[in-house]
Design a protein around this ligand. Structure first.
Ligand SMILES: NC(=O)c1ccc[n+]([C@@H]2O[C@H](COP(=O)([O-])OP(=O)(O)OC[C@H]3O[C@@H](n4cnc5c(N)ncnc54)[C@H](O)[C@@H]3O)[C@@H](O)[C@H]2O)c1
Length: 322
């Protein structure tokens, strides 16, 4: 790919916990021709120092605003908890940096709209960490869709359903820090993938309902550790219907806990010429008055989706592409 600029990007990491050390930092470190991580910031100094040591980063801060003052920093990864996506993103744009913000974009739609507007005003790239788009299966399905093999996609059923999956660590059950329950944590991944596959038709109406039927109970088993049921402030099940400008609809279901036989994480797409399931990738087509249901072979199945995501972010900045 031709690079508009020959300059290597200086990267700053804001929040250097799990996703930063497990995905963003190794992703940047794997593309030394495009970028270099020059600074790390975390309120927990030990976490910041450990991350910096692991990836050979020179500058360490406990206040991310100091990182934003650095001229060597061209772009930042915002890897803080959900309630701290908005402020660092806005301040990064004001400081003239490009931003890759972890999912979900923000705590609510108002914040999200302000973040997008701030990025546009600054003329900087803004990307949200929806890494599922970079999965080889997603890329292949998008190729089928763009070639017209599914025809008009008029309905999708997006499901991110855990049976007993309330995380027993972190802030997943704290609405003030997380913004919500399964919908904002795992539902956003399958919703984003579905919208991207459908070509992002504009949503015109949404209705939904949330339930908290299990999170407050001490008698419910935790398959992902035992959460603090006395301080459970989010929903454990969410359902919604989104109507899109092109007449299509998306039905969305997301749970941490539900009495269902197995976990489900997939989107079912219904088109006039074919259908598809995202996980496992399955295509349905009618041919010779018979239904063909097949699972295409995946090229490069072992691609690391997070590494592909940060590489795409860097290439978009360097090539001035979307
Ligand atoms: N794309 C994915 O699949 C995926 C996977 C995991 C997490 N995430 C997202 O990444 C984000 C972080 O999750 P995580 O699992 O890494 O959490 P984490 O708790 O492991 O890391 C967050 C870090 O942010 C630091 N932090 C908190 N306040 C800060 C501040 N004011 N300034 C600087 N640092 C601060 C914490 O000390 C911590 O080290 C969340 O929004 C989560 O939704 C995305």
């Amino acid at each position: 790919m031709r690079l508009v600029s020959k300059k290597k990007l200086g990267i700053g990491i804001i929040g250097s916990g799990g996703i930063a050390q497990g995905a963003h930092m190794p992703g940047y470190a794997a593309i030394p021709d495009l970028c270099e991580i020059v600074a790390v910031a975390d309120v927990n100094e030990e976490t910041a120092r450990t991350a910096a040591q692991k990836f050979n980063v020179k500058h360490v801060f406990t206040d991310y605003r100091k990182l934003l003052e650095m001229d060597e920093v061209d772009a930042v990864s915002v890897c803080t908890p959900n309630y701290l996506h908005y402020e660092p993103t806005i301040l990064a744009f004001q400081a003239g940096k490009h931003v890759l913000c972890e999912k979900p974009i923000a705590m609510n739609a108002k914040q999200a709209a302000e973040m997008v507007a701030a990025g546009r005003k600054a003329g900087k790239k803004f990307m949200v960490g929806y890494n599922l788009r970079f999965a080889p299966t997603s890329q292949l399905l998008k190729t089928y869709i763009d070639a017209g093999d599914l025809g008009e996609i008029y309905f999708a059923r997006a499901q991110a359903l855990r049976r007993r999956g309330i995380p027993g660590w972190g802030v997943f059950i704290d609405k003030s820090k997380q913004g919500g329950g399964p919908l904002i944590d795992i539902g956003v991944h399958i919703l984003d993938l579905t919208l991207w596959l459908m070509g992002h038709p504009k949503p015109i109406a949404a209705s939904g309902m949330t339930y908290a039927k299990f999170g407050h109970r001490s008698d419910v088993v935790g398959f992902m550790g035992q959460w603090d049921y006395k301080n459970f402030t989010v929903e454990d099940f969410a359902v919604g219907l989104v109507r899109l400008e092109n007449g299509a609809t998306i039905s969305l279901e997301s749970s941490f806990v539900a009495n269902i036989p197995e976990d489900v994480f997939t989107s079912t797409l219904c088109g006039t010429e074919g259908g598809a399931l995202t996980h496992p990738l399955t295509i349905v087509r009618e041919q010779h008055r018979s239904l063909q249901v097949f699972k295409p072979e995946i090229p490069n199945p072992n691609i690391n989706t997070h590494a592909a995501e940060v590489k795409h972010f860097c290439e978009c900045i360097l090539n001035d592409t979307e």
